[in-house]
Design a protein around this ligand. Sequence first.
Ligand SMILES: Cc1cc2nc3c(=O)[nH]c(=O)nc-3n(C[C@H](O)[C@H](O)[C@H](O)COP(=O)(O)OP(=O)(O)OC[C@H]3O[C@@H](n4cnc5c(N)ncnc54)[C@H](O)[C@@H]3O)c2cc1C
Length: 390
Amino acid sequence: MALCFDSARLHNPYLTDDHQAWREQLRRFVDKEIMPHVDEWDEQGFLPPELWQTTAEFGLFGLGYPEEYGGWSEGIDLYHRNILSEELSRTSLGGLPSTLLSHGIGLPPVMAFGSDALKSEIVPPILQGRQRISLAITEPSGGSDVANLRTTARREGDHYVVNGSKTFISGGMGADWFTTGVRTGGEGGGGISVLVIPAGAKGVSRTPLDRKQGWWCSDTATIYFDNVKVPVGNLLGEEGHGFLVIANNFNGERMSMAVMMEASARVCLEEAVNWARDRKTFGKRLADHQVIRHKIAEMKQRINSCQTYIQHCSREMIAGTASFGDIAMLKVHCSQTVEFCAREAMQILGGIGYMRGNRVERIYREVRVNAIGGGSEEIMRDLASRQYGL
Ligand SMILES: Cc1cc2nc3c(=O)[nH]c(=O)nc-3n(C[C@H](O)[C@H](O)[C@H](O)COP(=O)(O)OP(=O)(O)OC[C@H]3O[C@@H](n4cnc5c(N)ncnc54)[C@H](O)[C@@H]3O)c2cc1C
């Protein structure tokens, strides 16, 4: 009997029948609308525009957003989001969630800090799949040192005038809105604000970053702002409080990345076990060589610890007691685990693992981005050590 994705998951006592029903519904959607096209979309280097409509009709964009904006939030908790991250990761197409669900990092700051008028303008078309939003923080001069970002927004009457550029922006070529970190004040974190900038505004231009190592189907872009006039009503929160707006987003982004990495590690384990069962070398199955069995056991050991850590941090996030440092280290633990599992699975698959068109090859090719995007491993460790006043 082949190992399936689910049998490598530890029991989570906090999942209810409702969560299970959501998983089944979602799995049917992913199996029908995404799974059959994974290789084609990866090779062509973009997702079909119709996918936004299909996904909106299924209701996926609205998950966790208030009903008044077209979402559904009744009875929804973090576990529903975690299940979404897990089920999408079964596809192994890392560029898909980073683009199709770019609103997952672009929209929460609008919901948390935008005016009612701004939310009414922006949120419904995004949840209906008619418009898209991306988060634009990283600049050509650097992404880790957010407090020193250089894009400026100068107040002139009822507008800001924005100048500068952003790079590595996921979903950036197709976005209608950019949730953008800008400098409205002096140096350092206290001079930062966040503005929602319409992509169609005069002075906004963009170029694709389409020669990436992985995430081929994701439309990553560099965005340029040349004297772009943005209404003051598009400011999120107060002027100078942008660092708080940006930081508020981090735990959610890092948790979903952690869940995706753990689930991708499970894909690697599943592929490795199934191959080791079937493949014969030196007159016996690969699985009958102790070296191979030990690789599999160690993959499972590391995956188990990610799952337990995810369960712990999820409970703390739901209770509102999660620490930035613990979630930062969860992200590091999961990026190290998926990197380890991708390597070991690739080794067990041998030559076939090196060929395009299989999930292990794609996860291996894309694995490094997890240790860089959403806060690099070095920055995560720094953040965690600060809990001790270091
Ligand atoms: C495919 C992809 C998609 C992305 N999507 C988005 C997006 O949608 N929106 C967005 O805003 N950004 C996005 N990013 C950018 C990402 O967040 C940054 O790449 C990341 O924050 C690191 O910034 P950087 O690349 O400028 O590296 P740098 O900040 O220049 O750092 C380079 C290296 O030095 C290390 N380093 C930096 N400072 C220190 C220090 N103090 N101590 C020790 N080591 C240090 C870093 O960890 C890193 O390894 C994306 C990146 C990629 C690759």
